[in-house]
Write a protein that binds this ligand. Structure first.
Ligand code: CP
Ligand code: NVA
Length: 309
């Protein structure tokens, strides 16, 4: 049965574990193949994904495109500027039209409510490719990367530095579902939305909110950061100044476990949220993480089509 993927909770912990397992298998099965060629089983042969972008993207756009090719299907791209969405056609009508023309829809939008509205009116799966509230596809790739680097999720200590943003919200949701713990180091006033913290805590995860970066890094397994200024946010000097103590640098990494890994969803702003030494250093797995967007998208697509687990 088809299902929307607006947030990780739509799938649940068992399905996310199945997505990661399938991604590992499919990635291994096609190692060193040309990237655009299909997997042997072509599970989405003949299916088309429409992608709607209201914000910029490199990784999400390319990884969904390549994911569809590898699953035997294809995709097309719409944006607000050149589609009728930009001239006021409603999300509801867009959902009903696209549902007659394509087999699934991915949307990247400023406003999470638009993704929800799309899902409400669509009769094909809708996937959240990033909103102001969350970025669930990114976190499936991140969990895959953590596991590939030899770390088990239950009991994992993940530490986040900087802005309490959309990516962190999905990490907290993942913590609830996959039973890991999150230390969140932000300046005062930039904490994540309380509902995500409460969700993780209610599920039994330990979530520490602190203004002390060193404390959050101490003994962590995974160190994560993201841009200080997300798409759609005001680029305020005051915010940038508040973020400086939360930069991931060599001194901060040294407080984590010796085998800790560094994650960043990218795009990165080197020497802002992370120093070059860390970004280019041996603990940084950010390009594995970026590649894993393809493998994760494939599992998410298969799950949305009811073809996984
Ligand atoms: N990490 C991520 O979503 O990258 P893009 O904005 O390039 O899609
Ligand atoms: N938090 C960032 C993630 C980009 C992939 C943003 O929303 O711009």
């Amino acid at each position: 049965m088809m299902a929307h993927f607006l947030d990780l909770s739509d799938a649940g912990g068992d399905a996310i574990a199945a997505m990661i397992a399938d991604a590992i298998d499919r990635k291994a099965a096609r190692k060193d193949w040309p990237k655009g060629g299909p997997d042997t089983d072509k599970p989405l042969a003949g299916r088309v994904l429409a992608m709607i972008f209201e914000k910029n993207s490199t990784r999400t756009r390319v990884s969904f495109d390549i994911a569809m090719r590898q699953l035997g299907g294809s995709c097309l791209i719409l944006d607000s500027a050149t589609s009728q969405l930009g001239r006021g056609e409603t999300i509801a009508d867009t959902a009903r039209v696209l549902s007659r023309m394509v087999d699934a829809i991915m949307i990247r939008t400023d406003d999470h409510a638009k993704a929800q509205e799309l899902a409400k009116h669509a009769t094909v799966p809708v996937i959240n490719g990033l909103t102001d509230r969350s970025h669930p596809c990114q976190i499936v790739a991140d969990l895959l990367t953590v596991i590939e680097h030899g770390k088990a999720l239950p009991g994992l200590e993940l530490a986040w530095f900087g802005d309490g943003n959309n990516v962190l919200h999905s990490i907290l949701e993942a913590a609830a579902l996959m039973k890991f713990n999150v230390r969140v180091a932000t300046p005062a006033g930039y904490e994540p939305e309380a509902e995500f913290v409460e969700l993780a805590r209610a599920a039994g995860s330990t979530v520490t909110l602190t203004n002390n970066a060193a404390e959050a890094a101490q003994g962590a397994d995974v160190i994560v950061t993201d841009t200080w200024i997300s798409m759609g946010q005001a680029d305020a000097a005051e915010k940038r100044a508040a973020m400086v103590p939360y930069q991931v640098n060599g001194a901060l990494m040294a407080k984590a476990k010796p085998d800790a890994i560094f994650l960043h969803c990218l795009p990165a702003h080197v020497d802002e949220e992370v120093t070059e030494v860390v970004f280019e250093g041996p603990q940084s797995v950010v390009f594995d993480e970026a590649e894993n967007r393809i493998h994760a998208q494939k599992s998410i697509l298969l799950w949305s089509f009811g073809l996984l687990g």
